[in-house]
Design a protein around this ligand. Structure first.
Ligand code: HEC
Ligand code: HEC
Length: 389
């Protein structure tokens, strides 16, 4: 009798845990598996000869926290990209020496990007990394002042030499490119950790339903919407939840006295930038890394397009969108639910239709987005810093 009861109890428990995995179709399962594995493989950046170099990482870390890169002495990279706030600032629009027009992007997994900035004005991590030093509203510096700092500070010039194998050169542009490459090497270490979603995805791949059942049902329902009716995966694609491209999602892009041209303006800036991959500072002599930059063409439809952000750790990086206009994930989901197709540009974003989600469905989608938060940090432990030489 007791054995019978125990057996029944076991059966009930087993069927409860079985019941906790939703029925995902084959197509849904394939779509879910494409969002992993995590962490995704990475190899050093061929356009940056010090990518992955420990001396460069250490110099880059110092420069990231160096207020003297701004002649004001008041603004450093970490002012806006605060490590404890998901490498951003929690503000709608970034504020350095003055308020800017855009939201600070998080730096999680920035090494995976193909284009940089909300508008893709950067084609390498190192070129993007020197941009804020020159911006009047961000750090308000110049190439000459940044290069002079490296040459005059014994610690920085020693680390520069250790990194590049030669002391800082006489030309300011050469030193400035080196600053960008060291900053890039440091930022390549900013990788986000494993999430509840990743555990679910891997369990699904292995067919381990018991492990899969640990993933909350609300998140599973939200995931079903994400890869299914919501069509979110079309743009928030792959392990980092971005296709790396630019789209118009109907977020208003008007500014005081004008409009943010988005990708349209970004391409113009990219072509005019001496640090783009077609320029002299690209370390990839094969020329293959510059192909994407040579091939871009500015089209009218690029007006109002912004980069598809990664959604890893997205719950840590409110507020949202290129102008920080949406305060919470619930507001973002409402935006997609009620999207007005007339607001999308003429070519039309056939990928986006108003979803008219119920309150429960909207909450499920938020629960899914929250499950993309790391459960432990993947940042390498920082070694105690010793003086150079
Ligand atoms: C005043 C605030 C501010 C400061 C200071 C700042 N940033 Fe940023 N950062 C931003 C904003 C805003 C963006 C988005 C820029 C755009 O779309 O044009 C951004 C974007 C980036 C990106 C692109 C991320 C991506 O996913 O494409 C990188 C890389 C970056 N910053 C690195 C740095 C480094 C390195 C420094 C220090 C040298 C720095 N930032 C200083 C506000 C700041
Ligand atoms: C047509 C491509 C496309 C589709 C489909 C799409 N997104 Fe986006 N998503 C974007 C772009 C582009 C942005 C940035 C827009 C901006 O800043 O103006 C964005 C921004 C976001 C953000 C804000 C992230 C941040 O860091 O600011 C979230 C969250 C998000 N999308 C979730 C979703 C969800 C959920 C769906 C499905 C209901 C979805 N997206 C469908 C392209 C898309």
């Amino acid at each position: 009798m007791i054995r019978l009861l125990l057996g029944a109890l076991l059966w009930v428990c087993a069927s409860i845990s079985w019941a906790q995995v939703l029925d995902f179709s084959e197509a849904e399962t394939r779509a879910i598996l494409r969002h992993g594995p995590w962490p995704s493989p990475w190899s050093p950046d061929p356009t940056n000869r010090v990518s992955g170099n420990p001396a460069a990482i250490e110099l880059g870390e110092r420069l990231f926290f160096e207020p003297r890169l701004s002649p004001s002495g008041k603004v450093l990279c970490a002012t806006c990209h605060a490590p404890f706030r998901g490498w951003q600032d929690g503000r709608a629009r970034a504020f350095g020496l003055a308020e800017t027009d855009r939201n600070t992007q998080s730096l999680f997994n920035v090494r995976n990007n193909r284009w940089f900035g909300w508008d893709g004005a950067g084609d390498s991590l190192w070129a993007q990394s020197v941009r804020p030093i020159l911006e009047a509203r961000e750090m308000g510096g110049s190439q000459a002042e940044a290069a002079a700092l490296i040459r005059r500070d014994p610690e920085l010039s020693c680390r520069f030499e250790k990194t590049f194998g030669a002391p800082p050169p006489a030309d300011d542009e050469g030193v400035f490119a080196g600053i960008g490459k060291a900053l890039a090497a440091f930022q390549e270490t900013i990788v986000s950790g494993r999430t509840p979603f990743d555990d679910f995805r891997d369990a699904l791949e292995k067919g381990d339903r018991q492990a899969a059942a640990r993933y909350p049902l609300a998140a599973q329902r939200g995931l079903k919407l994400f890869v299914g009716r919501g069509n979110c995966s079309a743009c928030h694609f792959g392990p980092a939840f971005t296709n790396g491209e630019f789209h118009d999602t109907g977020v208003p892009f008007f500014l005081k006295g004008g409009a943010d041209p988005g990708r349209h303006g970004g391409l113009k800036k990219l072509q005019a930038n001496a640090f783009n991959l077609l320029g002299a500072h690209n370390d990839d002599r094969s020329g293959s890394s510059a192909v994407k930059t040579r091939q871009v063409a500015i089209e009218h439809r690029n007006f109002g397009e912004f980069k598809v952000p990664s959604l890893r750790n997205v719950a840590q990086t409110a507020p949202y969108m290129h102008n920080g206009s949406l305060a919470t994930l619930a507001e973002v989901v409402r935006h997609y639910s009620e999207i007005n197709p007339d607001r999308l540009h003429a070519e039309g974003e056939s990928l986006l239709k108003p979803l008219h989600l119920s309150a429960g469905e909207a909450a499920d989608l938020v629960a899914f987005l929250e499950s993309l938060s790391e459960t432990s940090s993947a940042l390498p432990p920082r070694l105690p810093s010793t003086a150079c030489r």
